[in-house]
Design a protein around this ligand. Structure first.
Ligand code: PGA
Length: 256
C-alpha cells in the first residue's frame, strides 16, 4: 500500500485581518520549526493571500484558499479564478465545504466543475464531503458521501483523485465541539476509500482523506491513530498557532 504523508490544513473561514494574518503565520513558523512528516497548509480569506504569501516566504507551510470560481476570466463579478490563486502561490483549494453548499446553494455538479478547473490549473482540490445530522440519524451517511464523490468521478473519472485531497466533514461535527469519535470517522473514511478502490485501487491507496469537524489539540492524536485518517481540515483550532501546531505534530508522530 502506498505511504500517504498526512496533511493538516487550517480553514480560517471568515476570520482575520492583515495584522492577524502576519501574526498567526509568524507564530506557526516558530511552533512548527523542524517538524517534518506532516504536510501543512493554511487557507486564509483570499483578501489576505498577499500578506500570507509574504509571511510564508521560505517556509514549508503551503498556502491555500477556501474557494474558487469555475470561470477563468471575464464578466463574473466578485469571483476569484484559478490563475489569481496561482499568482499568490496558493496550492490547496477547498471546494464543496458544507457552508458553501448550504449558504451558496452549491450543487454536487457545480463542485465537480470546480474540481475540474483546479486539476486543469495544476492546483490541488480539497473536496469536502459529509452528511448532516438528520442524514446521519437516518443512516444515510454512506449514501451521501458516495453521491458527493460520484459527482466528481462521473464528470472527470476516478483518476481525477490522483494527487487530490478529500475532507470528510460530518456537518453535525463542524464548529459544534462534538467531533466524530475516531471509530466513527474511521468507518466512514474506510467506506470512502473502498468506494474509490472499487474503481481504482491505486487511486484509493494514494488519496489523502482528512477528517474535519471540531478537531482540536485534545482529540487530534487519537483520531490520527486510525489507519484511514490521513490528517485533518481544521477550522476553529487553526486560528491559534499553539493549538494548530499540536495537531500537526500529532499527525507527524502518529503517521511516522
Ligand atoms: P471546525 O471546522 O474545526 O471549526 O469544526 C472545520 C471545517 O469546517 O473545516
Amino acid at each position: 500500500m502506498a505511504v500517504r504523508k498526512p496533511l493538516v490544513m487550517g480553514n480560517w473561514k471568515l476570520n482575520g485581518s492583515k495584522a492577524f494574518t502576519k501574526e498567526l503565520i509568524e507564530g506557526l513558523k516558530k511552533e512548527l520549526q523542524g517538524v517534518t512528516g506532516c504536510g501543512v497548509a493554511i487557507a486564509p480569506p483570499v483578501m489576505y493571500l498577499a500578506e500570507a504569501e509574504a509571511a510564508l516566504a521560505g517556509s514549508e507551510i503551503a498556502l491555500g484558499s477556501q474557494n474558487v470560481d469555475i470561470n477563468l476570466q471575464g464578466a463574473f463579478t466578485g469571483d476569484i479564478s484559478t490563475a489569481m490563486l496561482k499568482d499568490f502561490g496558493a496550492k490547496y483549494i477547498i471546494i464543496g465545504h458544507s457552508e458553501r453548499r448550504t449558504y451558496h446553494k452549491e450543487s454536487d455538479e457545480f463542485i465537480a466543475k470546480k474540481f475540474g478547473v483546479l486539476k486543469e490549473a495544476g492546483l490541488v482540490p480539497v473536496l469536502c464531503i459529509g452528511e448532516s445530522e438528520a442524514e446521519n440519524e437516518a443512516g444515510k451517511t454512506q449514501e451521501v458521501c458516495a453521491r458527493q464523490i460520484d459527482a466528481v468521478i462521473n464528470a472527470l473519472g476516478v483518476e481525477a483523485f490522483n494527487g487530490a485531497v478529500i475532507a470528510y466533514e460530518p456537518i453535525w461535527a463542524i464548529g459544534t465541539g462534538k467531533s466524530a469519535t475516531p471509530a466513527q470517522a474511521q468507518a466512514v473514511h474506510k467506506f470512502i476509500r473502498d468506494h474509490i478502490a472499487a474503481k481504482s485501487q491505486a487511486v484509493a491507496d494514494q488519496v489523502i482523506i482528512q477528517y474535519g469537524g471540531s478537531v482540536n489539540d485534545a482529540n487530534a492524536a487519537e483520531l490520527f491513530t486510525q489507519p484511514d485518517i490521513d490528517g485533518a481540515l481544521v477550522g476553529g483550532a487553526s486560528l491559534k498557532a499553539p493549538a494548530f501546531a499540536v495537531i500537526v505534530k500529532a499527525a507527524a508522530v502518529a503517521k511516522a
